[in-house]
Design a protein around this ligand. Sequence first.
Ligand SMILES: CC(C)(COP(=O)(O)OP(=O)(O)OC[C@H]1O[C@@H](n2cnc3c(N)ncnc32)[C@H](O)[C@@H]1OP(=O)(O)O)[C@@H](O)C(=O)NCCC(=O)NCCS
Length: 102
Amino acid sequence: MEMIDGIEEINLGYRLAKRYWNRGLASEAARAALEYVFDRREVASVVVVIDPEHTASLKVAEKLGFQNFHETDFHGRPVRLYRMTHGQWHESRQRTIRAASS
Ligand SMILES: CC(C)(COP(=O)(O)OP(=O)(O)OC[C@H]1O[C@@H](n2cnc3c(N)ncnc32)[C@H](O)[C@@H]1OP(=O)(O)O)[C@@H](O)C(=O)NCCC(=O)NCCS
């Protein structure tokens, strides 16, 4: 939990040592974390805070199904704040299941 724009949020962060990049590990781990908070804890929403210049981080967020963002300031840096709701998580998971079975 973290205070962002004056609201207490569940902030999902991901960071790996460089030798492990581009193997799908961050996406897999972050998807498991989302599954846990949305399905087991039934939270209403989760945010990710991303520097718009970090292409790989943006890509991971997109792959997880984060779509809506606004620009804000986080610890003095301009960032994108993406939010995924419980409903969006379920929609995104259905899309993944449909894509895998077609
Ligand atoms: C962000 C980070 C965790 C991603 O980890 P990862 O395990 O490599 O991520 P994944 O392999 O699951 O996915 C990365 C995606 O970005 C893509 N990508 C990586 N570098 C890229 C670049 N420079 N330009 C475009 N796409 C890029 C990869 O091709 C992959 O997409 P794909 O699956 O469609 O091929 C890792 O790069 C990292 O630790 N970066 C430094 C810390 C950081 O910036 N953290 C973000 C704080 S929110």
